[in-house]
Design a protein around this ligand. Sequence first.
Ligand code: UDP
Ligand code: MG
Length: 309
Amino acid sequence: MNASPTLSIVCPCYNEENVVEIFLQTVVPILEKVTDTYEIIFINDGSTDNTFNVLLEAKQKYPHLRVLNLSRNFGKEAALTAGLENAYGEAMIPIDVDLQDPPELIVSFMEKWREGYDVVLAERADRSSDSLAKKLSAQFFYRIHNKISDIFIPQNVGDYRLMSKRVVNTLKTLPENQRYMKGLFAWAGYKTTKIPYKRHVRAAGETHFSGWKLWNFALDGITGFSTVPLRVWMYLGLLFSSIAFFYGGFIILKTIILGKDLPGYASLLTTVLFLGGIQLMGIGVLGEYIGRIYKEAKRRPTYVVENEY
Ligand code: UDP
Ligand code: MG
């Protein structure tokens, strides 16, 4: 195989035994059309089903395949990192194996890349394949994220995109191992363009991202790129202490003018509980960031490759 192909397709796979074959049947003819040298890198992210064997079988049939086997499940972000770091292409396209990202777009990706763009994004023109809850929560997340973070993550854009080698080389220089890829991609910058597309429903199998996983993903995204949640407590604290200050003044005045009042037990309790809650939240946010510092400080690798096949 050519050591430096024009195009690398990077596919993280976790329990995808049913879709690998359909994926290859759809994607390979398109790749044959747009370029003569390409590689398809499958990252087996510790699948517990038959995915690994399915991939090895597929490799017999398709000579351009490479299979990176991770030593266990590291999660999609890590699997994607593994694929990109081990790809040799001049241009690279991460794509989900479930065919939710339409492979036809690869043709337009390559056209734009040949025009000189370093990054070509695929923008979901329509999210009708997603549930209402997913749509609304995604919208909410991007709004908050882009308000309080240093970098802007375009809405309705997933991991499906083309990146030139130098963009990926830039990504390789980022040492963090808690990798929120969409944020890192946006951080890298470079000359970017977008093409609209419609996201399909999964070809087979089920999504691996539950509501809880998505929530944690959103926390990774925000805490990875913003320190606003840490700083906001200073202002909240200032606000509440000023309110307390004026309230204290008010009580003193009232006592001077109207004499001693019956102690306000209810208001006292409410204030104590309220401030207690605020403090706990503040400590929680500190904990979130300290946890990340702790994880990062250990300098563990993002992923472990068992072997390449
Ligand atoms: N994936 C992975 N590791 C995981 C979870 C998912 O490599 O721990 C892969 C999965 O095989 C698929 C892609 O990430 O190719 C996207 O996953 P999924 O389709 O479940 O996510 P959704 O499209 O529902 O957001
Ligand atoms: Mg999917």
